[in-house]
Every structure is written in C-alpha cells, then in structure tokens.
Design a protein around this ligand. Structure first.
Ligand SMILES: N[C@@H](CCC(=O)N[C@@H](CS)C(=O)NCC(=O)O)C(=O)O
Length: 363
C-alpha cells in the first residue's frame, strides 16, 4: 500500500483548494513540490499536460482536478461530508464553487500580477528550482511564469477593467465580512464545497501574496480569519451545516454577484459551445477556448476568451438542479429567485462534457 501524494505548490490556487480540503478531512497524504523533475517524471507522463495539483493515490491512481480530488475522498469517506444535505444549501454551495474556481481568477490574477509581480516571479523560480539563489530564481521565474502572466488578457484582466475588478472584489470582501460576523463558514460551522471554491483564489493569490494579503487583512480582517480557519481548521471533520436548509440572507449578495457578473458570461459561453458542438462528433476534444467575446463588469465592457472548462464545472449544479423534485426544487427555486439567479435554470441545454484522460471532450 502506497501513500497519497499531492503534487503542487504554495503559490498554486488549486493546490490551496485541495490541500485545505484534505487537511479538514484529515486525509493522510504528503505534499510534494511540483518542481521541473516532478513535471517531467510524474505529471506529464500521468496527466499528459502540465498542471497542478495532481493527486497520486495510495493505490497508484492519478486524480487531476480539485473537484475530482475532493470527490475521490468524499466517496471513500462520505461522513462528515462537505456537501450539505439540504437542497438549497447544496445548490448554493455548488454554484459558489464554480464562481470561486472560475470567475474569481480575475481578482486573483489581477492582484497577483499587478501588485506582487517581483515577489511572484521569484516564487515561480523557487517552485522550479528550490535550491537556486533568489536572483537565479527570479530569472527562472520569468520563463516559468510566462504562460500564467500571459493569461491575464485572456481572462479579461486588462488596463481598462482594472478598476472594475477592484471595485467588484472590494464589494465581495465587504459582503463576506458581513456574513462572517455571524457564521464561521458559508453555511454554518462546517466548511462546504462552496467554501473550498472560494479558498482557491482567496488563499494563494489574495491572502498569501504579500501585497494582496496586507490589503485583505486591513480591509476585511474577518475574511482573513476565515482564510486562516480554512487552511488550518481549528475543528477538522467538525461543525454542522445550519439547520432547516437555511441559506443565510448574507449569502444572497454572493449569489447575486454570480448573477450580475458571471451568468451573462456563462450564457454566451453556452451559445458559443453549442455552435461549436454542432460541427463536432462525440469524443472530440473540447478546445480550452472558443475565440473571444465581450463581457461587462462594473459598467466596463471588454473582451475575454470564451473558456469551455467553466461549462464542465457548471454541469455539477445543473445536474443537481435537474435531479430535484417537489419541496426540494421549490426551496432551490426560491433561493435562486431571491438571488437574481433564476436564469441559470433557463439556460439552453448544451451537450455533455466528459473528461477522459484529464482533458475535456464531447461525451
Ligand atoms: N480546474 C483545475 C485547474 C488546475 C489548474 O488550472 N492549475 C493551475 C495552477 S493553480 C495550472 O497548473 N495551470 C496550468 C494550465 O492551466 O495550463 C483544478 O481544479 O484543479
């Protein structure tokens, strides 16, 4: 019997998500820094493309994507679960996971690259070459960080959207601060899948990167305390979700931010994907991006790439919604209505996306 090994790094958004979950769940594992040798010797041969985190399980299975890593351990050890059993809480948590994982890359990448550039370049070098000098690490970092820094305009992190991203992020922190006056996590005293979606961007980029962390601690200390609880749980495997499937009123502004900022992007992504899928057979690999489209944030309209991965993630809340009946469906409909998010249930259907061999493909 081997051991669970998480290949990742401290600067990685998604490693932070998987690590926080595995620590709360008290999964026995070792974290190994994904340096150049690990990418060449383990990640590329097992996954086929360079990405972190990657889990190699104690049975030598490879699991990639934090959502699948989490679900791997949830299936092995379902109780206590990070999925609320109440339908409204679960739907809200699944939506917030998608929002955190995909949409919050904008503030994460903006603050990292526009406020912490020198620091992060050296950190990228340290990830590849932990024993090199800081000067060498910065040089190596310049090369290694290229694709990440280069992704900013594709995400829509542009000079013209900078103020809108900051206003949106500051408002989100204010909303979360209000919520954490009363609750330790999104839905009570236990972290949910929604909390794990948010911790990715809010830990590595927006807390751990020095300038971003200073700002969070100064403007939203309650959010900083939540980050600290998320990454070092005072009560691993503990806590409860709120009784009676309650979605606190202080969660509604988060969902409303999804509705206002992100839902229109998803709607346009579905339209682009459906047009692409009409010309492609089952089994075809789905391109990571399908051209560009306009999006509007805080009244500013700009262009960004049309990312297809979001639709793979979105299948989770949509599948859950499709499974609901009777009172459970009514509770979810009421929660979505109150959040301005009913549109999510009216989006046109789109062909199923699978992930054979760690790459999205038409099912
Ligand atoms: N959705 C994935 C994303 C993993 C991911 O994007 N990881 C980043 C580092 S935090 C990466 O390695 N990206 C390389 C790439 O996307 O090409 C997850 O949840 O694990």
């Amino acid at each position: 019997m081997g051991q669970n090994t998480l290949y990742g790094g401290a600067i990685s958004l998604y490693t932070g998500k998987a690590r926080a979950y595995m620590d709360w769940k008290q999964v026995p594992y070792t974290e190994v820094l994904a340096n150049v040798d690990v990418y060449k010797g383990i990640i590329l041969p097992r996954v086929g493309w360079p990405v972190i985190p990657v889990l190699v399980t104690d049975k030598d299975e490879t699991v990639q994507d934090t959502t699948e890593i989490i679900d791997h351990f949830e299936a092995l050890d379902p109780d206590p679960s990070i999925y609320p059993s109440g339908s409204a809480q679960k739907m809200a948590a699944l939506l917030i996971e998608v929002f955190g994982d995909e949409w919050m890359k904008l503030p994460a990448m903006h603050y990292r690259w526009n406020y912490n550039e020198d620091w992060i370049l050296t950190q990228f070098g340290a990830l590849s070459a932990p024993d090199a000098s800081p000067e060498e690490q910065r040089e190596i970092g310049e090369k290694r960080a290229g694709p990440f820094r280069g992704s900013l305009p594709f995400l829509g992190v542009l000079p013209e959207t900078r103020s809108a991203i900051e206003e949106s992020y500051e408002a989100l922190l204010a909303d979360m601060s209000t919520h954490f006056e009363t609750h330790d996590y999104l839905f009570g005293s236990r972290p949910s899948i929604g909390d794990y979606g948010l911790i990715g961007p809010l830990y590595a980029h927006n807390y751990r990167d020095p300038k971003s962390g200073e700002m969070m601690k100064a403007t939203a200390p309650r959010v900083a305390r939540w980050v600290e609880r998320m990454v070092k749980s005072p009560t691993p495997r503990g806590g409860e979700f709120l009784a009676n499937d309650e979605v606190p009123d202080t969660i509604i502004p988060l969902l409303n931010r999804f509705a206002v900022e992100y839902l229109p992007v998803l709607e346009k992504t579905v339209a682009a994907f459906n047009a692409w899928a009409a010309d492609n057979a089952s089994g075809t690999e789905v391109p990571r991006a399908l051209g560009v489209h306009e999006f509007t944030l805080g009244g500013v309209t700009a262009e960004r790439a049309i990312f297809t991965f979001d639709l793979w993630m979105l299948q989770r809340p949509l599948d859950f919604y499709a499974s609901l009946k009777g009172a459970n469906k009514e509770a979810v409909d009421a929660m979505l209505e109150k959040s301005g998010l009913s549109g999510i249930t009216r989006m046109p259907a789109y062909p199923r996306i699978a992930r054979p061999n760690f790459k999205t493909a038409l099912a």
